[in-house]
Design a protein around this ligand. Structure first.
Ligand SMILES: *Cc1c(COP(=O)(O)O)cnc(C)c1O
Length: 522
């Protein structure tokens, strides 16, 4: 180690070499993969189909006449293409994925096994209910667990994601206000700055006015500021707990009381329920509606790995507005209440059919295999792991707030001051080290935020490795190697991308490249 520069001789030697340019474009055994359309050859196919029999045209001249435009590929080409793409995908199955607020925890394979049982996997949503009693019982049991864990009397299982659950809860609140004849006068929804970004977006999408409440120096809702905003035009509050700073809103009972006494409703974003499940019952906090992300707390795959599911639990005051369908149990077994003739005050239906059945199976499997005590243990461990990471990094990085955290720990960029390294540079260097970056620049209330959520499914060994890597990167930043960070990532198939342009002007459709125009100068 050349201490004067803070660099190893190996690194110095690597930097002295020209960048690797292979003849094939591949890097190691990572293939440089063309788009499937660029690989296609007209007329090539992996199957031999007989000529279709001649049939009378019945489309009234609307049938397709031109080429369909699909790429012509052999079977091995298709297999290789998708296998190579899958190898470029980072996943919780590949390594630690500390993306704060997203709860990338292990998805137990037992869940998968249950979801693949033919009795579940081969169901059709239009089957007569007499033939799907087991599936309806499963939904009923899942509803029972969610109601028991939260202490809430009603639940809507159908929302397809957390944000969809927020939409469900806020539409129920609007329906309740309509029933009180106050939907025109109560238009304002209070949203703390420490709430998740989907909260104000949901309120605005439904037509409420969003009124922000500042966070105090402890990263929690400023109760004095909240009090000043309470009034007869307040429809309710949307509060995330634990909030996006990874902190428990200690004044939550008081906040609920203030909002409810003013005639408003308390929507709680419970996507971070994994920090408190089995320890806190949201009903006891005064919550009126709260979504639960099965794909976070209850370990069903998400991100690229599967669809979400965001059931919403409701208090007594909102229970009449729960959307259809829902499962009821009567003398003839289980059945679905599907229309408003029966559920008169239900606000309607949110999506086709009954929700993400595959996720219900996985989530209930997780609940039953853990048991109530195991769920409590899981949230204990999630909080313990986050505090372990914070304790082991707080002398070299800067925690955004004092005191312990819940399931995720939040750092800001003060430790990078005067190093010339930004939060983004730091995150890019983590990729070369084999780590998916943490959540960056979010929550917005903290400058240069880095939000790390290790989850309970990481072992102490894996956390120690992560901590050692983070410490090494901090050393490097403090040793004046800003250029190294600015050039990261170096080892990925692509280096830095124009992320703004990719988000603002995405190119989603492939068009054949025009033949190169000969340059006059050539
Ligand atoms: C993940 C998350 C959401 C949104 O959930 P989706 O399923 O991604 O729509 C909302 N709030 C919080 C606090 C979250 O962490």
């Amino acid at each position: 180690m050349d201490k004067s520069q803070g660099r190893t001789t190996r690194e110095a030697a690597a930097d002295a070499l020209p960048p690797v340019e292979t003849a094939s474009g591949h890097r190691g055994l990572v293939m440089e993969e063309k788009l499937i359309f660029e690989q296609g050859v007209e007329g090539r196919t992996g199957v031999d189909l007989p000529e279709p029999p001649r049939v009378a045209r019945r489309l009234g001249g609307l049938e397709r006449k031109g080429a369909i435009g699909l790429p012509g590929l052999s079977e091995p080409q298709v297999v290789r293409h998708y296998t190579r793409l899958s190898q470029k995908n980072f996943a919780i199955d590949a390594g630690l994925y500390p993306l704060g607020s997203c709860t990338m925890k292990h998805n137990p394979r037992l869940n998968e096994k249950m979801a693949r049982l033919p009795g579940f996997a081969d169901l059709h949503p239009l089957q007569p209910t007499a033939t799907v009693q087991g599936a309806l019982e499963l939904m009923d049991q899942l509803a029972h667990w969610l109601k028991t864990l939260t202490g809430m009397p009603a639940v809507a299982l159908s929302p397809g994601a957390g944000a969809h659950g927020e939409f469900c809860g806020m539409v129920a609140i609007r329906a309740a206000l309509e029933a009180r004849g106050e939907s025109r006068t109560r238009k304002r929804v209070l949203v703390p700055e420490s709430a998740h970004g989907t909260n104000p977006a949901t309120a605005a999408a439904i037509g409420f006015e969003v009124d922000a409440i500042p966070a105090d120096a402890r990263g929690r809702v400023d109760v004095a500021a909240l009090k000043a905003k309470i009034g007869p035009d307040v429809a309710g509050i949307m509060l995330t707990n634990p909030n996006t700073c990874g902190l428990f809103e200690g004044d939550i009972v008081e906040i609920a009381r203030l909002v409810r006494e003013a005639g408003g409703y308390f929507y709680c974003d419970g996507a971070n329920f994994n920090a408190i499940a089995g320890r806190v019952r949201p009903a006891d906090l005064g919550v009126d509606a709260m979504h639960i992300n099965l794909h976070k707390t209850f370990s069903t795959p998400h991100g690229g790995g599967g669809p979400g599911s965001g059931p919403v639990v409701f208090s007594e005051r909102l229970a009449p507005y729960v959307p259809v369908p829902f499962v009821v149990h009567g003398p003839e077994g289980f059945r679905l209440v599907e229309d408003r003739a029966e559920a008169k005050s239900a606000f309607g239906r949110l999506k086709g059919f009954h929700g993400q059945m595959g996720m219900f199976i996985r989530a209930l499997t997780y609940m039953l295999s853990h048991g109530a005590d195991g769920i409590r243990q899981a949230s204990n461990d999630a909080v313990l792991n986050a505090n372990y990471v914070m304790a082991k990094l707080q002398d070299v990085m800067t925690p955004a707030f004092d005191g312990p955290c819940m399931h995720e720990c939040l750092f800001d960029d003060r430790f990078l001051k005067d190093t010339g390294v930004t939060t983004l540079d730091f995150a890019k260097a983590m990729i070369d080290e084999g780590y998916h970056p943490m959540t960056m620049y979010f929550p917005l209330v903290v400058h240069g935020a880095m939000l790390i959520e290790p989850t309970e499914s990481e072992s102490k060994d894996s956390l120690d490795q992560f901590i050692a890597t983070m410490r090494a990167l901090v050393d490097r930043a403090k040793a004046g190697q800003a250029a190294y960070f600015r050039a990261s990532p170096r080892l990925t198939p692509r280096r830095r991308l124009d992320e703004t342009r990719a988000a603002r002007a995405p190119v989603l459709r492939w068009k054949p490249r025009a033949a190169p125009v000969p340059q006059a100068a050539e």
